[in-house]
Design a protein around this ligand. Structure first.
Ligand SMILES: [Mg+2]
Length: 217
């Protein structure tokens, strides 16, 4: 029967490849090599000499000893430049493209909605494919991960990883000088985009999916 045959082919195909699942991906520090650009501009603007390992992106005001108003003036002047000029992280385009062939990509960024066009243009320019772009305007990513039923978030900010993983969503933390330290359950360090690809596509069991909120990878 042709119908039964089609179903058998489909079952074999799915069993061999795994069902598509939803992969969350951050932009700055994960797809975009933004940090050096941010530090150069912040150091120059606020006349400081901070190094990458001293930066806490969640609290730039504290790091640079400036007020929120001073930071917002800086962003008004430099924001669009900072959103459009970074180069992609090594391997991001290649491996994200390979993951996208099988899974759905949800880009979850703290960037504000007002930078949507610059962000879309930057993603397109660097061949970074996705299904949905979520601009939160805050570092609170837990709800976005849960509401989209994401199976994993690729992130570089440890504090975000801790919060998201506490909701049962595994996190692949892309290694950086500013995210060193012990990792809680469901947060796993990745040292490159190849590492991210290998974990998601070849060794997804390492993400301990039995505890996840989303479907199994
Ligand atoms: Mg980031």
């Amino acid at each position: 029967m042709p119908g039964q045959w089609n179903i058998m082919v489909y079952v074999i195909f799915v069993a061999g490849r795994g069902l598509p699942v939803r992969i969350g991906v951050d932009i700055d520090g994960v797809l975009a090599d933004s940090l050096s650009l941010w530090i150069n501009e912040l150091n120059s603007y606020f006349k400081k000499d901070k190094r990458v390992e001293q930066i806490r992106l969640l609290d730039i005001c504290e790091t640079y000893e400036v007020t929120p108003l001073e930071l917002s003036v800086f962003l008004a002047r430099k924001g669009r430049y900072l959103m459009t000029r970074p180069m992609p992280i090594t391997g991001a385009s290649q491996y994200l493209g390979m993951i996208k062939k099988q899974h759905d990509i949800y880009i979850v960024t703290a960037r504000d909605e007002r930078y949507k066009q610059e962000t879309v243009d930057w993603l397109n320019k660097h061949n970074l494919p996705y299904d949905e772009l979520i601009l939160l305007g805050s570092h609170e990513k837990k709800e976005a991960c849960l509401s989209r039923n994401l199976s994993v978030l690729v992130e570089d900010t440890l504090e975000i990883g801790v919060k998201v993983s506490s909701a049962g969503v595994p996190v692949l933390l892309l290694d950086a000088p500013y995210n060193q330290g012990a990792l809680p359950d469901l947060v796993y360090r990745a040292y490159s985009w190849f590492d991210v690809y290998r974990t998601i596509m070849i060794e997804p069991h390492l993400l301990n999916p039995s505890h996840t909120a989303g479907p199994r990878i």
